[in-house]
Design a protein around this ligand. Structure first.
Ligand code: SF4
Ligand code: SF4
Length: 72
């Protein structure tokens, strides 16, 4: 199971994560406004391959991808 955690306290809204995701998993929530920018959200988790591009390219360490093995 893949989990993507966005630390909104550290995110500055550069949207690098959105642009480097090859699977369009992340998106900009244009309906909300926080800290003077539209926040990033996980739009399509089911498309995530856990490539970690978003995590590696985030300049503020604000996004974390976790993969938990399915024990069943
Ligand atoms: S790359 Fe990091 S700082 Fe930039 S929008 Fe994404 S989570 Fe926020
Ligand atoms: S881990 Fe890869 S596929 Fe998943 S959201 Fe990040 S960049 Fe996109």
């Amino acid at each position: 199971m893949i989990q993507i955690r966005i630390n909104h306290a550290w995110c500055k809204g550069c949207y690098i994560c959105v642009s480097v995701c090859p699977r369009d998993v992340l998106a900009i929530d244009t309906k909300s406004w926080q800290k003077s920018f539209h926040p990033v959200y996980v739009k399509q988790l089911e498309r995530c391959t856990a490539c970690r591009n978003c995590e590696l390219f985030c300049p503020d360490l604000a996004i974390e991808v976790q993969v938990e093995e399915d024990t069943k």
